[in-house]
Write a protein that binds this ligand. Structure first.
Ligand code: PLP
Length: 555
């Protein structure tokens, strides 16, 4: 057991006595009784506890008050000022305190020793009501990150606050969303946004780029290492921009792109007539098989040989099955076209080994960084070394000016997170949760597009039960379950109404939910969709849902 202990001059002597009585103390100062500033020592002890370098902290000043105030500014730190053994025990058991603050002028040596031994020996109570209350303390801290903004701009703060509350209380099943880490959000909100950095690391148009060069180089190297890519461009502002960069780097206006039809799971930037891609290029759509609702690779090969596209684009926004990238490589080789994969939706599954990687096969792989990949809102392109120069020139100066270096730093943080061993389990859990939820809905008689799911999302055919996707999504929303309406293959409804809903599990898995919770939520979805006019049921499930999510705090 490691105890980080610190004191100012007022607590110097009591600290020495405590250190003599307790093994495992790491002295963070002060080291002599000269007058000094208590926050300096509170910071060191709190940081050691926040980082996990110490299991417990002890802080002593004359009253313990200043020390507790300073230490409680830190994430994951709960510092308790105690005067009795009973307080030390309760602070630990109920409040999960991990730092004991003691007033040297208000507490004698024996009481201090007794409090500390009780504090160290008491375990934290994990019954749900205490877990939920402690989670609410952390929520308050997430809001207090913005306490300055609350003063400067109360209107914008109110919008942010309502998002915080919404994330805490709703079940987010939007397949294209996730819940980023605090580390990612800190980098995204950092001073790196102050820098203009047109160009690339080491070759910028502005002076003073050393700090952003360091951040962007980390992002590029980590992206290559994480995905095993030969080259990475981390500058695209979003996924659509990443796709635009590849088109610009490789083909001319009027050239042919063979891509999955938008209403069958493709993306706007894959050639929708209302998007630049559909306006500039000759788009030929491919479709899924009418009965299996899966890609038919033989049909795709036949079509590719007929159409002779410059680019065969795979990847989707609403395809619940694995994609066979090896087979697509064969098709591209036969048709003599560029293999481009947009892995925006599945990038996290690829990073975590829960979906085969397209990187070894494809000439270009584009992605967003904010979906299953759980990073900041942004884009990414990976490519073979032979295309590196053309790609970089397409992004800058081809289509963007200064890159968002703060977002690029957040991408670097995200890529590093994925190199931690626990992320493999996360990716696998996203899929397990999706299958458990999908099965719970399917078992209640709902038709699932393609009969199930291999990834982080599934599509429910709600038209088969006589409602539109729009009405189904609205009913679920009223119960605090957030999904989106979505077209399904060969949909006969308009894209505004649709015949389906799309359900994804990346976000709930980030919050720590497992198959059991996923199945419970699946049951609620089936309950609500069995009678979308039953508002009393929606209210009842909304209350139950809020109770469930309270046990799974947002990072
Ligand atoms: C989400 C998505 C994108 C890009 O989205 P942006 O909103 O532009 O970041 C691109 N391709 C696919 C397949 C997507 O699902």
């Amino acid at each position: 057991m490691k105890i980080a202990i610190g004191a100012d001059h007022g607590g110097f002597e009591l600290k020495a006595r405590l250190m003599a009585s307790f093994k495992g103390c790491e002295d963070k100062g002060c080291f002599d009784p000269e007058a000094c500033d208590y926050p300096d020592y509170a910071d060191d002890v709190a940081l050691a506890v926040a980082k996990g370098d110490a299991d417990f902290g002890v802080l002593v000043c004359r009253t313990g008050i200043g020390m507790s105030m300073a230490a409680n500014r830190f994430h994951n730190v709960r510092a308790a000022l105690c005067h009795t053994v009973k307080e030390a025990e309760t602070a630990r058991r109920h409040n999960g305190a991990n730092i004991l603050c003691i007033g040297a002028d208000t507490t004698d040596e024996k009481t201090a020793c007794d409090m500390l031994s009780t504090f160290l020996a008491t375990s934290v109570d994990e019954t749900p009501r205490h877990v939920i209350r402690r989670a609410k303390i952390e929520r308050a801290k997430r809001l207090s990150d913005f306490s300055l903004l609350a003063r400067e701009d109360p209107e914008v703060w109110a919008a942010i606050k309502s998002q915080v509350v919404q994330e805490d209380t709703e079940i987010n099943l939007i397949a294209s969303e996730n819940t980023s880490s605090r580390a990612v959000r800190l980098a995204a909100g950092s001073v790196l946004m102050n820098k203009y950095a047109e160009g690339y690391p080491g070759k910028r148009w502005y002076s003073g780029c050393l700090p952003v060069d360091a951040a962007e180089e980390l992002a590029r190297q980590r992206a290559c290492a994480l995905f095993g890519a030969e080259h990475a461009n981390v500058q695209p502002h979003c996924g659509s921009a990443a796709n635009m960069a590849v088109y610009l780097a490789t083909i001319k206006p009027g050239d042919t792109i063979l891509s999955l039809s938008l209403d069958q799971g493709g993306h706007l930037s894959h050639g929708s007539p209302v998007n630049f891609s559909g306006k500039l290029y000759n788009i030929v759509p491919y479709t899924v098989d009418r009965t299996t609702e899966r890609l038919d690779y033989d049909a795709l090969e036949k079509q590719a040989l007929e159409v002779k596209p410059k680019i065969l684009l795979s990847g989707a926004s609403a395809y619940p099955r694995t994609i066979d990238f090896k087979r697509i490589r064969e098709i591209c080789d036969k048709a003599g076209c560029i293999m481009m994969v947009d892995m925006a939706h599945i990038a996290g599954l690829v990073a975590g080994g829960a979906h085969e990687s397209p990187v070894p096969y494809a000439d270009f792989v584009t992605s967003t960084t904010h979906k299953t990949l759980r990073g900041p809102r942004g884009g990414l392109v990976l490519c073979k070394a032979q295309y590196a120069k053309a790609l970089d020139a397409a992004v800058f100066p081809g289509m963007q000016g200064g890159p968002l270096e703060n977002i690029i730093a957040a991408k670097a943080v995200c890529f590093r997170e994925w190199m931690q061993p626990e992320m493999k389990a996360y990716a696998a859990q996203v899929v397990k949760n999706c299958q458990a939820m999908c099965k719970a809905v399917q078992d209640r008689g709902f038709r699932i597009v393609s009969g199930g799911t291999d990834n982080h999302l599934f599509l429910v055919d709600v038209k088969a039960k006589g409602m539109t996707g729009k009405d189904a999504a609205a009913a679920l929303d009223a119960a605090g379950i957030v999904v989106n309406k979505n077209t399904i293959p060969y949909d006969t409804e308009s894209p505004f109404k649709t015949s389906g809903i799309r359900v994804g599990t990346a976000s709930i898995t980030t919050r720590g939910m497992k198959e059991q919770e996923a199945a419970t939520i699946g049951g609620w979805i089936a309950d609500i969709l069995s009678d979308i006019t039953n508002t009393a049921l929606q209210q009842k499930i909304k209350a139950e849902a809020a109770k469930l999510v309270a046990g799974f705090p947002v990072p």
